[in-house]
Design a protein around this ligand. Structure first.
Ligand code: BG6
Length: 487
């Protein structure tokens, strides 16, 4: 296990501290880093939310989501670092003065404001932080996706936040960038000599990116129904994955070096027009079905009202630049799919000339399977001679790197890593303003194409791979979706 390097001491104010995100992700992440000794003792967490309650009451609620062997003793020490303050985050309330008093005298210390709130209030809360003079030069603001619901709302939010915080102090979270295997994409591509010379239209036939979940919209149905799979997953997580696969080598891993290369990819993404919707876009919504052997209701039954929101989408994306001309990137994501898996599959081109006898088996092009979760790993499918007598017979077998077999490490969850990266000021793992806006421009075009092209929302049974039209998207190009488990 790699050595853990403690971060500098910090003060963190979590707005929306009684919400789901704070209780399920942020506090447990901080607690785990505390248990591993990465958070110095003189750090403080100020949990702020609308409800009136005492710190003790808050801690009882927060502890529901914290588990593990170390819990009892460590939780007692950790909770001493936490206080709760009732506040109307974007109005006038005494809570602001309480926070101000608590932070007073610590102006040089790293200060984090985490907005675990709906994006519509990011601007007003930042204005309030500014008005109460809480933003010091050492302050950082952390924002959750979605930043807006289209290009214009994102720009509006970015401007309001930017009026109080410099871009270099704004940390926009896309939690996929905190995943171990997503970070490995940079290492895989740029710390190995093998791949880069063929990592282009000359060597690669196409790329598939799949993020499939078995969960439904669940308790977040209200938010989800306004977002849908495109805004909830593609605009951020899938496009970020696409960027990491497609970008040019950055000058270094420094924040702006990486983000500038990602931005170039986003700007090179071809805007999909209404007349291309039929061959480039598919959307679907799950109906009732079976997940892991149990019946589950359809989306509209869960929601309790009719809806046209997509819970599945498949997109044939194109990157109009020198490296990727003519190489489709097929993106697919959905809820209530057959199994949970996030993976990137890079299909290489066939060898230029087949010198092996035709009866020895069909030559298959190499395929790289990058499994992001679960069963993290990297698999390179290769043609190999079947050992033994009987002449030249071919087999397509994997060179297999399974994380579970190769590494002992019990690596931190994405939020743990991202929170520590905020304290360190490592911007490379966060989205820059121009990236978010460029991603929205492309996403807005998809929505326009859906609307103007009157694209249907196809139904699919929960527990399947989405509507059959998703498969057509590839079969029309004489390709098929691969499943990394059987690649
Ligand atoms: C979130 C989406 O950003 O990512 C959710 O809002 C989705 O709808 C989640 O379930 C998936 O994240 P993970 O880490 O479970 O793949």
């Amino acid at each position: 296990m790699a050595e853990l390097v403690p971060v500098e001491a910090f003060d963190m104010v979590i707005f929306g501290a009684t919400g789901d995100l704070a209780r399920r992700k942020i506090l447990p992440a901080l607690f785990h880093r505390w248990c591993d000794g990465q958070i110095p003792e003189n750090s403080r967490i100020i949990a702020a939310a609308r409800e009136d309650m005492s710190t003790a009451e808050y801690l009882v609620r927060a502890s529901e989501f914290v588990n593990g062997d170390k819990k009892d003793k460590a939780w007692a020490a950790f909770s001493k670092r936490v206080t709760y303050t009732a506040i109307d985050a974007h109005g006038e309330s005494g809570g602001w003065q309480v926070i101000r008093d608590a932070l007073k005298g610590d102006e040089a210390k790293i200060r984090l404001f985490y907005l675990a709130l709906p994006p519509s209030v990011y601007g007003p809360v930042c204005a309030a932080i500014g008005k109460h003079a809480l933003n010091t030069p050492a302050s950082r603001i952390v924002l959750e996706k979605p930043i807006g619901h289209d290009f214009h709302s994102a720009r509006h939010i970015n401007e309001a936040v930017g009026a109080v915080f410099d871009e270099a102090s704004i940390f926009r979270i896309d939690h996929y960038l905190g995943k171990e295997t997503v970070q490995n994409l940079l290492v895989l591509r740029f710390a190995n000599m093998l791949l880069e010379p063929v990592w282009n239209a000359g060597g690669i036939d196409h790329v598939q990116i799949t993020v499939a979940e078995t969960l439904g919209a669940g308790e977040r149905a209200d938010y989800y129904d306004r977002a849908g799979a495109l805004r909830d997953m593609v605009q951020n997580h899938l496009l970020q994955l696409l960027c990491l696969v497609a970008m040019e080598p950055p000058l270094s891993l420094e924040g702006d070096a990486v983000r500038t290369e990602k931005l170039k990819v986003l700007r090179a993404l071809r805007l999909i027009r209404a007349e291309d919707a039929g061959k480039c876009l598919v959307r679907g919504q799950y109906g009732a079905g079976m997940i892991d052997g149990s019946p589950v209701p359809g989306y509209t039954d869960e929601l309790g009202q009719p809806s046209k929101t997509e819970t599945f989408t498949a997109i044939r994306a194109s990157i109009d630049n020198w490296r990727w001309a003519g190489v489709p990137f097929y993106l697919r994501t959905g809820k209530r799919m057959a199994k949970r898996r996030s993976e990137i599959i890079v299909q290489f081109k066939p060898v230029p000339h087949d010198i092996i006898r035709a009866d020895a088996g069909v030559l298959q092009p190499n395929r790289l399977v990058i499994r992001l979760q679960p069963d993290e790993g990297v698999k390179l499918m290769m043609m190999t001679k079947d050992p033994g007598p009987g002449g030249m017979r071919l087999r397509y077998v994997p060179l297999n790197l399974s994380y579970a077999d190769a590494f002992e490490a019990d690596y931190p969850d994405a939020y743990e890593r991202l929170l520590m990266a905020v304290v360190r000021g490592n911007l490379a793992l966060f989205m820059r303003r121009d990236e978010v806006e460029a991603a929205w421009r492309w996403t807005d075009a998809v929505i326009r194409a859906w609307t103007e092209g009157a694209s249907p929302v196809h139904s699919y049974a929960a527990g399947t791979d989405g509507p059959s039209q998703g498969a057509l998207l590839l079969s029309r190009d004489e390709r098929e979706w691969f499943d990394g488990d059987h690649a």
